[in-house]
Write a protein that binds this ligand. Structure first.
Ligand code: PGA
Length: 256
């Protein structure tokens, strides 16, 4: 049985110490005692240190939303994975579609970042997913397979087992258009098939695959009840303690 994982991706929101403190202090009591779900808040860099202090004795883990693949050097404006690790960051989102589309990150760049994250024991959440035109052209599986091939290139099975995959159809992100549980489940099954072929059956069965894209309290339960959906990566609905806690509870209920 795979433990569900819910990641709240705050994106470039809740970036002041005051607003993030308020949100986290409301969330903590709402999810206290939930131990069957890994709960992560991926906050903006500016609040990570404060967030660590607030979360350190709770069941909520800290994540960041991006990193570079080098530890130090002349990389103006980039953020070092070891700096993140030093301040208590445990999870790292890599290859989010906003990084890919707006900041032109390629699968091979994400592969470098992934190897670096694994080498210093940051826990990666790697996002993959297709654009609307690709889905409409019947190319979803081809795109997913390509992203897996390049992003996970040269990883061992042992390394891959430490990765969380977030399947995020890009047309569902921030649009209010969720994939149906059946559409998501079909791709999650497909991802496991590819991993079985490329790595092995044990790895394909162990790896956690989250769904992401307009998850709300109203649709969370139906998504998480699907056998191959191991929780979610939540954007908009992670900004309010109340809606995020309801989604976390839906994941908790799905764990049998
Ligand atoms: P959304 O974002 O929940 O606002 O659609 C999801 C994501 O980008 O991870």
């Amino acid at each position: 049985m795979r433990k569900p994982i819910i990641g709240g991706n705050w994106k470039m929101n809740r970036g002041t110490p005051h607003e993030s403190k308020e949100m986290l202090e409301s969330l903590i009591p709402l999810v206290e005692g939930i131990n069957n779900v890994d709960i992560i808040i991926a906050a903006p860099f500016t609040v990570l240190i404060n967030a660590y202090e607030i979360l350190k004795n709770t069941n909520i883990k800290l994540g960041a939303q991006n990193m570079y693949f080098e530890d130090k050097g002349a990389y103006t404006g980039e953020i070092s994975p070891s700096f993140l690790k030093d301040i208590g960051v445990e999870y790292i989102i890599l290859g989010h579609s906003e990084r890919r589309d707006i900041f032109k990150e390629s699968d091979s760049l994400i592969n470098k970042k992934l190897k670096k994250a694994l080498s210093i024991n940051l826990k990666p959440i790697v996002c993959i997913g297709e654009h609307l035109e690709e889905r409409e052209a019947g190319k979803t599986k081809e795109i997913i397979e390509y992203q897996i091939n390049v992003t996970f290139k040269d990883l061992t099975s042992e390394e891959l087992q430490r990765v969380v995959i977030a399947y995020e159809p890009i047309w569902a992100i921030g649009t209010g258009k969720t994939a149906t549980p059946e559409q998501a489940e079909e791709i999650h099954i497909f991802i496991r098939e590819i991993l079985k072929k490329k790595f092995n059956e044990e790895t394909a069965n162990m790896i956690r695959i989250q769904y992401g894209g307009s998850i709300k309290p109203i649709n969370a339960e139906d998504l998480f009840n699907k056998e191959n959906i191991d929780g979610g990566l939540v954007g908009g609905a992670s900004l309010q303690a109340n809606s995020l806690s309801q989604i976390i509870k839906a994941a908790d209920n799905s764990y049998r």
